[in-house]
Design a protein around this ligand. Structure first.
Ligand code: CA
Length: 250
């Protein structure tokens, strides 16, 4: 299951591919564009920019609308059409898709111009991937707050049933008591069955800002969860160790 669709518009291949890889690993569905024109075609195909907006590029196939991105990462300096112009076009169309602008220039003027024409956030190169991922997550979260929340449906996996809104978990029909961290960990696993998580990814997702520690913490919580969920905790069926990588559920 994808956490959201991200469109990356960046002409520097190394940055484009590194960002794409980092976001894909986080569970996002990533589309890339290497210059302004390619980006415009994608934006027009997803109806984020009107086809008539720029007559010079009107040869775009409009028959198959793409799904709109949930977030756009937009480099400022691009061949063909600049990031600023793309940002203006998107906002002129009335779209409120979050835009994270990237720039090699770090002057205050660039930042102000970027934000004034409708970017939601701004990062100066070089930047760390963890910070970029954290900012993407924050932008998507902010966006989701303006949209009606989806009903929190019950999660079921074989003998395990979770009611996220009630913070309850049943195993073979019997209620089990989980600590808040164990609950969050299990919820993450159940929402992404079969996905392999590294210890660092789990630390960041579950413990995030209130914790600086090592991956042993994850192992300890996995062991406790196994004792509460598994038929045979020393031979787990649900919380499986993936040697050299981390853990997966199911
Ligand atoms: Ca560039």
């Amino acid at each position: 299951m994808s956490l959201g669709r991200v469109l990356i518009i960046e002409d520097e291949e190394l940055i484009r591919e590194t960002v794409a890889l980092a976001l894909t690993e986080e569970g996002y569905e990533v589309t890339v564009a290497a210059d302004g024109r390619a980006a415009l075609e994608i934006l027009q195909a997803s109806a984020l920019v009107g086809a008539g907006g720029s007559s010079a590029y009107s040869n775009v196939n409009q028959t198959a609308p793409r799904e709109q991105p949930d977030l756009i990462i937009l480099d400022l300096m691009l061949p063909n059409i600049s990031g600023l112009d793309l940002c203006r076009l998107i906002r002129r169309q009335g779209s409120s898709v979050p835009i994270l602008m990237l720039s090699a220039k770090g002057t205050e003027t660039d930042r102000v111009v970027g934000l004034e024409i409708g970017a939601d956030d701004y990062m100066t190169k070089p930047f760390g991937m963890r910070e970029l991922v954290a900012r993407c997550r924050a932008l998507l979260r902010r966006q989701q707050q303006f949209q009606p929340a989806l009903p929190d449906s019950t999660l079921v996996f074989q003998n395990i049933v979770m009611y996220p809104q009630e913070c309850r978990v049943l195993v073979k029909g019997n209620e089990v008591n989980l600590s808040p961290k164990e609950f969050k960990l299990l919820e993450l696993f159940m929402r992404h069955p079969k996905r392999v998580w590294s210890r660092d990814q789990l630390l960041e997702r579950i413990w995030s800002h209130d914790f600086i520690g090592d991956s042993k913490t994850v192992d300890v919580h996995i062991r406790w969860l196994r004792e509460k969920l598994e038929n045979d905790p020393s031979n787990p069926e649900y919380l499986v160790t993936v040697r050299g990588f981390g853990y997966r559920f199911g």
